[in-house]
Design a protein. Structure first.
Length: 70
């Protein structure tokens, strides 16, 4: 039998349930589908590296100094 559940991980109880499920990887398969936008298409996601690159670029524009080299 396969059970599909939708768990709200924005709550503490939801995160605790997911953590407990993750401890049993031999019998549990967790799927994290891509978030869907209002237009019905998958939303664009960014890696940590891409996010930090954008942050450094914005800070450089704001301060006028290449902060990565300080």
């Amino acid at each position: 039998m396969i059970v599909t559940a939708h768990i709200d991980t924005s709550t503490a109880k939801g995160r605790k349930i997911v953590q407990e499920l993750e401890r049993n990887k031999n019998i549990v398969e967790i799927e994290n589908p891509m978030p869907i936008g209002e237009d019905g298409l998958p939303e664009k996601t960014y890696s940590v590296e891409e996010s930090f690159d954008k942050l450094w670029d914005k800070m450089e524009d704001h301060y006028g100094v290449e902060l990565r080299k300080l």
